[in-house]
Design a protein around this ligand. Structure first.
Ligand code: GUN
Ligand code: ZN
Length: 694
């Protein structure tokens, strides 16, 4: 259980922190370690994941046609970034910026972030000292004085080849500048980047220090050289380490990551913001940007894009335009494709199909493919963050798909929580793709005798028939098991073997072809009860040793006894179980409902009370004052969460309790337990039922 640290001394500190704050970050939907959200700075807001175009203030002076005004009004970018160091170096720009403020100077009514000159010192200052002619505190004050929404400290850019000692001393310097700069920031939000080079322990420590300093926005810095040389696997480790330290509540910005190819993977690891200068830089070189690569305009016969720019002309016509006009049009197309990628990742998160997008992007470059495969060894991080269930699980390349957190979770949960049924024999059937569609569990069973218990072997592992509707097997579309690469196939076969050896009765194999088509619609005795037992054990037992089925349904020595005590209400249309009622004397209590979308249970208050009584760890403790509202059925907001189970993932059913531990409500977690405790904006638990009604 993690506990909010700063509340202990009374709520004074809390209210100061919240009332004085300038920005808020609210997470809405989660997928893998990625999320959609809203970043509010002052009165302005942007949906994340978001990309901010880099605006070169000197180019604007020269009449560059892609003005910030157009970026927002035509292209829909609600956030942009520019460089305060460049503005300050230009006396005319600098004095106008101080006089008008950035928003009027640039004519941009969205969020303006400014960078500090660190990158310039990396690019131009390489000769040893790695510094530009700017004072670290002065540049922060300057950003504040020109009205930047999010300023950036003058961090030390730590390159990937920096040795540990130097990376460490650079990091101390960056952190010390960070805390001094916080005192100068005024009403501006301040970004303190995570540096540390390739030293992962330093990256994690930097993230933690930034969070503990009370910083509310953090870029992951020093990564441009990794991206320029396609060192994506190392970049994955850098991001994961930084994110472990930062935690889920701080919006994370990947500094200088403008190529769309890497964006889905970076988002899946929890990056929320990106900046891109590439749209303009590429255009200057006559290059045309797409998701998978860049091409020179000269090499193109036709445009593979239907944006406003590309649908107006052919590459040849564009080539014939005067250079500046051509550059601007290319930049416009490049912006449209960046915008499209961001739209795609946001909707993938909402739909729960981010993995599918990451898998597609992996095919764009061998290094990216390796980086995604590399996630298989980083599964803990994904498991710490990924939702308990999503709506779809489609996978065309199992070399990559095997890295999905669901695989490991399912296998672990099957080993740990599954209870073998009483049956005469186990029938092992080789599964085809699209399990749910092709082999319904009733049909499977009616093809064999009443005493037979069917287990389908799938690329996910063995799936007992009563789990066929449950996520992930129930939502999965996978290649047939015969097409698996040798190594993975061995692993699956070993898992199936271990599973069948764990069962004492006889085992027989059968072909899927032997399933009869005219299956009788008659479930074998006890199949539905087995479903209740095992789905509840798998779903609610993930991080506990409680015998969940007994906690929910009462002690039983055999199924016939249990049958007396449980009433299953089935859907009239599909015949499937919908509601589970527990009989207690002459009272019936509705404890669970089975969701059609993912085959998981939703917890009713009476079921929650049983889990609560047994000490189930999926609980969220809230402030006693606001707890009153949760008891009446209102949602739990992050800022009122005092502690929460670390086992909680988005989508998990949870208990809401008051500081004395009494049950107030049941609901569904929107974010992880850690996020509930560290965050201070947004919904933590969607309350379904409170003890005082709704
Ligand atoms: N732009 C690209 N990388 C960096 C970085 O590490 N720090 C800062 N401040 N800006 C950057
Ligand atoms: Zn286009």
């Amino acid at each position: 259980v993690s506990t909010r640290r700063f509340l202990k001394g009374g709520s004074e500190e809390l209210s100061r922190e919240l009332d004085g704050r300038i920005s808020a970050f609210e997470v809405k939907d989660c997928d893998l370690a990625g999320r959609t959200g809203a970043l509010k700075v002052g009165s302005r807001e942007v949906m994340t994941p978001a990309l901010m175009p880099v605006v070169n203030p000197n180019l604007l002076e020269k009449g560059y046609p892609l003005t910030p005004f157009r970026l927002k009004e035509e292209f829909g970018f609600d956030i942009m970034i520019t460089n305060s160091y460049m503005i300050r170096k230009n006396p005319d720009l600098s004095s106008r910026a101080l006089e008008l403020g950035l928003h009027r100077l640039l004519d941009f009514d969205g969020i303006i972030m400014t960078d500090s000159g660190t990158f310039q010192s990396y690019v131009y200052g390489g000769g040893g000292k790695n510094e530009v002619d700017v004072d670290p505190l002065e540049i922060v004050e300057f950003q504040r004085n020109i009205g930047s929404d999010i300023g950036t400290i003058l961090d030390r850019f730590t390159t990937p080849d920096t040795d540990r000692q130097r990376a460490d001393s650079d990091l101390r310097e960056t952190m010390s500048r960070g805390s001094l700069s916080l005192e100068k920031k005024g009403q501006m939000e301040l970004a303190v980047p995570v540096q540390g080079g390739l030293h992962l322990d330093l990256r994690e420590e930097a993230g933690r220090l930034v969070r503990e300093m009370g910083v509310r926005y953090s870029p992951i810095g020093g990564v441009v050289p990794l991206m320029e040389s396609y060192r994506y696997a190392e970049l994955v480790d850098v991001i994961i380490s930084a994110k472990k330290g930062l935690g889920p509540s701080i919006p994370a910005h990947l500094f200088g990551a403008g190529h769309p190819m890497f964006i889905p993977l970076a988002v899946a690891l929890g990056c929320d913001l990106f900046d891109s200068a590439s749209y303009a830089k590429f255009a200057k070189d006559g290059r045309y940007l797409t998701m998978d690569r860049t091409r020179h305009l000269r090499e193109m016969e036709s445009f593979p894009c239907s944006c406003r720019t590309c649908s107006r002309m052919e590459p040849k016509e564009m080539l014939e335009l005067p250079p500046l006009e051509r550059e601007a049009l290319l930049a416009e197309h490049n912006l449209w494709s960046l915008r499209a990628v961001m739209g795609e990742v946001r909707s993938a998160i909402r739909e729960g199909t981010l993995w599918e997008l990451v898998e597609r992007s992996a095919s764009f470059h061998p290094s990216l493919y390796e980086a995604v495969r590399h996630l298989g060894d980083r599964a803990d991080f994904l498991e710490d963050n990924a939702p308990a269930t999503t709506r779809r699980f489609m996978c065309s390349d199992l070399n990559l798909g095997i890295c999905r957190p669901e695989f490991r979770r399912y296998r672990r949960s099957l080993c740990k929580n599954y209870r073998y049924p009483d049956a005469d024999e186990m029938v092992l059937v080789k599964g085809t793709s699209g399990l749910r569609g092709t082999v319904g569990s009733r049909k499977l069973h009616s093809s064999f005798g009443r005493g037979s218990w069917v287990v389908v072997t799938t690329p996910i592992g063995p799936v007992p028939s009563e789990l066929l509707d449950m996520y992930p097997p129930g939502q999965s579309v996978l290649p047939p098991i015969d097409s698996l690469p040798g190594e993975i196939r061995n692993e699956v076969e070993n898992h199936v073997k271990a599973f069948s050896e764990g069962w004492a009765g006889p085992v027989r194999s059968a072909d899927a072809d032997s399933l009869s088509d005219d299956a009788v619609e008659k479930a074998p005795s006890g199949l539905d009860l087995h479903r209740i037992i095992n789905v509840s054990r798998m779903q609610f037992g993930r991080e506990t040793d409680l015998e969940i089925d007994r906690v929910l349904l009462g002690e039983y020595s055999d199924l016939s006894l249990l049958k007396e005590r449980v009433v299953l209400r089935t859907s009239r249309r599909t015949g499937k179980v919908r509601n589970v009622l527990a009989v207690d004397g002459d009272k019936e209590e509705h404890i669970l409902s089975l969701r059609a979308e993912d085959g998981h249970f939703t917890l009713k208050l009476a079921g929650g009370a049983r889990l609560h009584h047994a000490g189930w760890p999926y609980r969220v403790t809230v402030d006693s004052e606001t707890g009153e509202y949760n008891a009446m059925g209102y949602n739990v907001f992050c800022r009122f969460v005092l502690s929460a189970g670390e086992c909680i993932r988005p989508g998990d059913e949870v208990l809401v309790v008051d500081p004395s531990g009494s049950l107030l409500a049941v609901g569904q977690a929107r974010i992880t337990g850690r996020h509930m405790v560290e965050g201070d904006s947004g919904v933590a638990v969607k309350v379904r039922e409170g003890i005082k009604g709704k």
